[in-house]
Design a binder for this molecule. Structure first.
Ligand code: TYM
Length: 356
């Protein structure tokens, strides 16, 4: 796969620059937080945009990665499904290379302090800041029958997830950028009211931060049914790419020359194929030297090669779900200790100490 070189949102420096992100106040350690919602199966957008960035970060920083089940509650779900979704997220985190000896894997609902801090942060967050967040409008459009308060509070809870660990940076895909901007604003508002306390975390946005789905138009997203999932069987991946993978729409017949610059399959080649394969595919496409299915066959081979070790690891982990749960339990316990310390300080600086 091509190298992923994340940059921090503010400074556009390589991720090694995170240690010296400017504008960060009150840094107490080099801690990084990110989260994934257990709202379904994880796809290659989640992998390329987020998890593949987490893996190198765990070597250098104190990383906490959350399975944010409270956020997932803002969408309708079957009660019995939730545990299975959490398992799926945990298995994928681990199968993609997160090492519980290096990073902390935690479950958001297991650390009640996230929700407690979210309430306190909501009291320093002016309503118009929240109303203008584009993801709220998008979600409200997407689920018009369920525009709940949780959707509105979603970014405040996200700010709490990040700030409760005094994180200095947050690796995410492009769609999360507005949430990170708001998190910094909320941190600033809190600090202005109660004194400098929270760092203003930078976002770490990688070079694969907006993976387009099979439809060739929209961001890959569970809700749009345009995904290659990390646990899709090889035959399913072959069929999805061959049948649903949109190419240059002007290339109707095999003999029509195509334009790789407007072909999403070629965009995916840039993520999964070698430079030589990319050059070969671009050349053959432009001169109609081969058909879209030939081009897709090379891509499929490369996607399967990336997913093969991940899927092998998924199977091993699925055979030891007690072990997976233990990892999450341990990580959640570790995270809770940090969160409790932060909340103790927050209670002191906000004057919530009457009974202490
Ligand atoms: P979620 O669960 O939607 O997505 C998890 C991560 O995957 C990234 N991502 C993508 N990246 C590139 N291309 C795509 N097509 C694509 N689809 C998803 C997302 O940007 C994200 O990084 N609000 C968050 C969860 C969250 C969180 C947090 C993240 C809650 N609290 C605190 C960071 C810090 C979300 O919905 O992610």
């Amino acid at each position: 796969m091509t190298a992923n070189t994340p940059t921090t949102g503010d400074s556009k420096r390589s991720v090694t620059g995170v240690t010296s992100v400017t504008g960060v106040t009150g840094v107490t350690g080099q801690r990084i937080f990110s989260g994934i919602q257990p709202s379904g199966r994880l796809h290659i957008g989640n992998y390329l945009g987020a998890i593949s960035q987490f893996v190198p970060l765990q070597e250098e920083y104190e990383c906490i990665f959350g399975i944010v089940d409270l956020h997932a509650m803002t969408q309708l779900y079957e009660k019995d499904e939730m545990s299975q979704r959490i398992t799926n997220a945990a298995v994928n985190y681990l199968a993609c290379g997160l090492d519980p000896n290096k990073a902390t894997l935690m479950l958001q609902s297991g650390v009640a302090e996230h929700a407690e801090l979210a309430w306190i942060l909501s009291t320093v967050t002016p309503l118009p800041w929240i109303q203008r967040v584009p993801t709220f409008k998008e979600k409200a459009r997407h689920q018009p029958d369920n525009v709940n308060m949780g959707l509105l509070n979603y970014p405040v809870l996200m700010a709490a997830d990040i700030l409760i660990y005094k994180s200095v940076a947050v690796p995410v895909g492009e769609d999360q950028r507005p949430h990170l901007e708001l998190t910094r604003e909320i941190a600033r508002a809190f600090n202005a009211r109660f004194g400098s306390f929270f760092p203003e975390p930078a976002e770490i946005i990688g070079s694969q931060a907006r993976v387009i789905g099979l439809d060739g138009k929209n961001r890959m997203s569970k809700s749009l049914d345009n995904c290659i999932y990390l646990d899709d069987e090889p035959d399913v991946i072959r069929e999805k790419i061959a049948k649903q993978g949109v190419t240059d729409p002007a290339r109707v017949k095999r003999t029509d020359p195509g334009n790789p610059d407007i072909c999403n399959i070629f965009t995916w080649h840039k993520l999964f194929s070698t430079k030589e394969e990319q050059a070969y595919c671009a050349k053959e496409c432009r001169k109609a030297g081969f058909g879209c299915l030939d081009c897709k066959a090379i891509l499929i081979k490369n996607i399967l090669a990336v997913l093969e070790p991940i899927q092998e690891r998924q199977k091993e982990l699925m055979a030891d779900l007690d072990g997976v749960k233990e990892i999450i339990r341990d990580g959640t316990d570790r995270a809770r200790k940090i969160a409790q310390e932060t909340m103790k300080e927050v209670r002191e600086i906000t004057g919530l100490t009457y009974l202490s």
